[in-house]
Write a new protein. Structure first.
Length: 201
């Protein structure tokens, strides 16, 4: 389990850092983000949470996870907007970061350089198994990377693929969690192999 790093508190050399939580769908990324943010709140720190406006699966202003811990969040249309709103906080949470533009890398660096702790969560791969949006670059610049795993719905092994059970060319289907399954490498590859036989629909 991730334990918060101990950092010096001298104000004249205040430096933040970036944490990244990544994994497939159903891997508990948001739960882990919320756990860390709640601990920061207990430590009397100001916490702000942002997520892309595109993510409309759940409540507009709340980050909601399955264990009904919810934290109010601010939807943003671009990564740069986060800088406008994050001024007063000690800890910045960003959920569903895979949907944000590439500018998010510079944004998290600026926030960390100004002394803030930044915790980013997002899907590391899309349903084709390709690295997703700005996530690879965020992994590179983060001090701490945590990869969380789901359980394969076919065999119960550790899963890190989000397999899409309905054919669609879009990189992401929104609002349709039921269209995805967590799969291990073996079960993901087996399903992919079987796909052409089903036609291209
Ligand atoms: Zn499996």
């Amino acid at each position: 389990m991730f334990i918060e790093p101990k950092r010096g508190r001298s104000n004249d050399q205040k430096m933040g850092w970036v944490e990244l939580i990544c994994g497939s769908m159903f891997s508990g990324k948001t739960e882990e983000l919320i756990r860390r943010l709640n601990r920061a709140k207990i430590a009397q720190q100001n916490v702000e949470i942002f997520k892309p406006g595109i993510d409309t699966r759940y409540d507009e202003e709340d980050i909601v996870s399955h264990n009904k811990n919810s934290i109010r969040s601010t939807p943003v249309n671009s990564a740069a907007e986060i800088l406008l709103y994050a001024g007063n906080c000690d800890v910045v949470g960003i959920d569903e970061a895979q949907f944000l533009d590439k500018g998010v890398v510079e944004v998290v660096n600026k926030l960390a350089n100004s002394g803030k702790r930044v915790i980013v969560a997002g899907l590391d791969m899309d349903s084709k198994g390709e690295p997703f949006g700005p996530m690879p670059a965020l992994m590179a610049v983060a001090e701490y990377v945590t990869k969380v795993h789901a359980i394969c719905v076919k065999c119960g092994d550790i899963a890190h693929f989000s397999y899409r059970t309905v054919a669609d060319e879009k990189q992401v289907l929104l609002g349709e969690l039921e269209s995805y399954e967590a799969r291990c490498r073996r079960c993901y590859n087996m399903a992919k192999k079987a796909e052409p036989a089903l036609g291209t629909n």
